[in-house]
Design a protein around this ligand. Structure first.
Ligand code: FES
Length: 166
């Protein structure tokens, strides 16, 4: 069985080793279509994102059509077909955060980074995404940058927060 430890060591792997690991993941999940989401999660953990070549590999190995694989990964916002930046900035647009200005924070992020949701800056430093409630509603609006949570985010603080990361 493939462990999370195996997946965590991928940064030093060559491309063919990543594909070999993904093949083992698919075998572990018995090539079942019912396990496609888990397989896509593992593939994203291995490659960092899900480019066309990886999608085709999964489709071939599972004997599925490429359109089936593509329709599943485009349905869920947590899958990405583009490489992620060093920092993933995610703003919560759950009800409490939305009502307390989450949309303004998002617009400010779009302005400063010059990208839309789901995209990555040209210098590959920042990716932008949105998320649902993360349980910090009392201190909305909430934002995360990688695993760090920022609460009561004021749009006027965004430039400073991002500047400190560069
Ligand atoms: S709605 Fe954003 S943290 Fe709950």
């Amino acid at each position: 069985m493939i462990t999370q430890e195996d997946v965590c060591s991928v940064q030093t792997m060559k491309e063919e080793e990543k594909y070999a690991l993904l093949k083992n993941v698919i075998i572990d999940y018995e090539r079942k279509e019912a396990n496609l989401i888990q397989i896509l999660h593992m593939a994203q953990a291995i490659f960092g994102y899900l480019p066309s070549d990886v999608q085709h590999f999964i489709a071939d190995q599972m004997d599925l059509s490429i359109s089936r694989v593509n329709s599943v990964l485009t349905f869920y916002s947590f899958f990405s077909t583009q490489p992620k930046g060093k920092y993933t900035v995610a703003i919560c647009l759950g009800t409490a955060c939305y009502v307390r200005g989450g949309k303004d924070v998002l617009n400010k992020l779009k302005d400063i980074l010059g990208i839309d949701v789901g995209c990555t800056t040209e210098d590959k430093i920042f990716s932008l995404s949105v998320m649902r409630c993360i349980g910090a509603c009392g201190l909305a609006p909430a934002m995360t940058i990688n695993n760090k949570v920022y609460k009561q985010v004021n749009p006027n603080r965004i430039a400073r927060i991002l500047g400190m990361l560069k």
